[in-house]
Design a binder for this molecule. Structure first.
Ligand code: 5HY
Length: 241
């Protein structure tokens, strides 16, 4: 299958790391193309960044239409632009947060989220409610690690994540950790080795879920609110075509 992975931030290094993380778990028949927007924040750490990044996501989904991807992954934990992207294509579009929540819920009765800046916890909280995981997500914990610090994860940064995850598991009585940033994909296995519980990286989970949906021949519903956008005039904007 052809799988488009969109890193909604514009960090070249993080886009490459996300592509490697996706490639590492992809099946032999999966061809991955990893992209990021031509404009927008180098890291997404709040509501304003999310709004701009969402436009970048639909820019890249439009641009990839000719390639005809059979699956699309939005590789940012806020899942920015998810619904808009689903209107643009019948290919399944998966956000890494939604994918990670589903995976964690199959492995433990309760999971905790460990993310970057504390101010972004509310974004993860909104997604938990939006996707209906209130009874499975037992806590969302910020580390105040800046997203771009994950481009070159130091030992101290890693230990901060370990400590936050250990505290979360105890405080929440949860049995799994969901990583709250695509940039954490590179340390997922090391964290799992240290913590002794399942640690879910949404990038990897989304890749395998996308492959499963493609194998089942399942696509996005186009009869309702995910139908193609209505044609209309956009004033002072040439669009992304
Ligand atoms: C992400 N930001 O996965 C989110 C993480 C966050 O640039 N990539 C980003 O903290 O929201």
């Amino acid at each position: 299958m052809k799988l488009l992975v969109v890193n909604p931030n514009t960090s070249v290094e993080m886009t490459a790391a996300i592509g490697l993380a996706a490639q590492k778990v992809a099946g032999a028949a999966t061809h991955i193309k990893t992209v990021c927007p031509t404009f927008g924040p180098r890291s997404i750490e709040g509501h304003y960044d999310e709004v701009v990044a969402a436009a970048g996501v639909v820019e890249q989904v439009r641009a990839a239409q000719a390639w005809q991807p059979e699956g699309i992954i939005i590789a940012c934990f806020g899942d920015p632009g998810l619904d808009g992207a689903r209107e643009l294509t019948s290919a399944p579009v998966l956000g890494i947060a939604e994918a990670a929540f589903h995976a964690a819920s199959m492995l433990a009765t309760g999971f905790s989220v460990v993310t970057t800046m504390t101010r972004t916890c509310i974004i993860a909280e909104h997604l938990v409610h939006r996707y209906g995981f209130e009874r499975r997500c037992r806590g969302i914990h910020g580390t105040d690690i800046p997203v771009l610090a994950l481009e070159h994860c130091s030992g101290q940064t890693f230990e901060t994540m370990v400590s936050a995850a250990q505290d979360a598991l105890l405080k929440d009585r949860s049995g799994a950790i969901v990583l709250g940033c695509a940039g954490m994909a590179t340390v997922c296995q090391a964290l799992q080795d240290r913590l002794g519980v399942p640690v879910i990286d949404g990038v990897a989970a989304a890749v395998k879920f996308a492959e499963a949906l493609a194998a089942l021949g399942l696509k996005t519903d186009k009869t309702g609110d995910y139908a193609q956008p209505l044609p209309k005039e956009y004033v002072n904007w040439q669009g992304f075509d």
